[in-house]
Design a protein around this ligand. Sequence first.
Ligand code: ZN
Length: 185
Amino acid sequence: MNSKETQVFSSITCCPMCEKEDVITERQLEKFEYGSGEKPALLSIYIPVNVCKSCGYEFVDEKADEIRHDAICNHLNLLTSSKIQEIRMRLGGSQKSFAEFSHLGVASVQRWEKRQVLQSESNDIYLRLLEFPENVKRLERWNAGLAMEENTSKSHEFQGKGLDANGVSAHIRASQTFSLKRKVG
Ligand SMILES: [Zn+2]
């Protein structure tokens, strides 16, 4: 994928070649092709490259992989992994509880956040919709077995007369029945 041959090390304490602790980090421009076919896209990024001042050996760590992955996400107009994580954290959940709440697979959420797999366009749009509090409320209602949305235009008709003994308005009960019927059918 990347034109430059590089090795990846997880932590930089000393040069992996000569083992001297004389390593500096430089910002270097990297261009790489992404995509197949006749016209792959040429993406340009700046990555941190570790350079050994003693022997001249150059190597990158996982930060460069993160930057490459983010560049691909931006090129494809997909949310970056850190953005997906941010959306999940804003909803206040672990990966498992977020997966349960959103009906997404927990393994998928983990792979997206670890930059192992790119989310599909439809899942990307779904994740973007979860950035809107009103959609989160709709999903909460759906998960509670209610319709996605209260019909606010009709709610005035029921005001004051539509509440049953439990304080549930008639139209909510009606929509609940509707959603149950829909799930069976
Ligand atoms: Zn060295």
